[in-house]
Design a protein. Structure first.
Length: 290
């Protein structure tokens, strides 16, 4: 009887594995077919999954004027803070860390917020390692910016960040503020290279209301910055089809989530010649919005 149960279990496992492989294959085929439909498409109206910039001097508005495109900003996801009570359950002693790795402005905001709620005074000797220069400069909102204490990836990539971190691998204990239940591009590299680091959940990411945007044919491009953006689209419309929509994805995890959902990603960042999404959009628009 036990043998029969094991055999049945093995068949079920094989079936599930085959099912996943089949789904992956279908997603790959769908992605390739869509890529043909959107290749080199001229863009008129771009939906960007970020808050509307506060200043008219934003480089996004420079792009809009330069290429005569319309931009709409709407957060596909919203962030909810992890309270000090929730943070304490992780049993993380902030005083044990002398370096912080920051992969977004949100991580910066919520790291300093949780420090304040925990009544923890951040040492002036703390080192900050940031994924981009923009994130590094954002630190000025919270600290006295000193070049010998603030570092960033030269090209906005994880590999570039790892190059900067390498010098401090054996001397620092790193804290990596992250979102609950989300994957990030940095942790796998830190694990692979055996860094002494701890992930600290400081906020959670949940889908935002998307009904007015999903399926709206007014937008011919969507720019996503998180895998949760893909989740927000599919939770609003599980049968959503890309059609002629051009997708842009920032970061490997976002691009992978789009492709696994069967969507083609035409605009990618960070890459060596486009370290930011603004640069990636500029490159695309220069090529196809002539």
């Amino acid at each position: 009887m036990a043998k029969a149960t094991k055999t049945a279990s093995k068949k079920e496992t094989t079936s599930v594995t085959a099912g996943k492989a089949g789904d992956k294959k279908k997603a790959e085929v769908a992605s390739k077919e869509t890529a043909k439909a959107v290749a080199g498409k001229r863009l008129k109206h771009i939906l960007i999954s970020q808050p509307k910039p506060e200043s008219e001097k934003s480089p996004y508005y420079d792009l809009a004027r330069k290429y005569d495109v319309k931009l709409t900003f709407h957060q596909f996801i919203k962030l909810e803070p992890f309270s000090a009570k929730e943070f304490r359950k992780q049993k993380i002693e902030l005083a044990e860390f002398n370096a912080v790795i920051l992969n977004s402005r949100n991580a910066v905001d919520h790291f300093f917020r949780i420090c304040e709620e925990m009544k923890f005074k951040v040492s002036q000797e703390m080192r900050y390692f940031c994924i981009t220069e923009a994130v590094a400069l954002y630190l000025q909102k919270f600290i006295l910016y000193r070049k010998r204490k603030v570092f960033f990836s030269a090209d906005g990539s994880v590999d570039g960040l790892m190059d900067v971190l390498a010098k401090y691998k054996d001397s620092e204990k790193f804290l990596l503020p992250v979102s609950e239940n989300s994957k990030n591009d940095i942790s796998p590299s830190l694990i692979q290279k055996k860094f002494n680091f701890v992930e600290a959940i400081v906020y959670k990411t949940v889908p935002n209301a998307m009904e007015p945007f999903v399926g709206n044919k007014e937008y011919d491009a969507m720019i996503l910055f998180s895998p949760f953006g893909v989740e927000a689209i599919l939770s609003t419309d599980p049968d959503f089809k890309q059609g002629g929509v051009v997708f842009g994805g920032f970061g490997n995890t976002t691009q992978k989530a789009l492709e696994e959902a069967g969507f083609s990603v035409e605009i990618k960042a960070p890459v060596p010649n486009a370290p930011s999404m603004v640069a990636a959009l500029d490159k695309y628009l220069a090529a196809f919005n002539k």
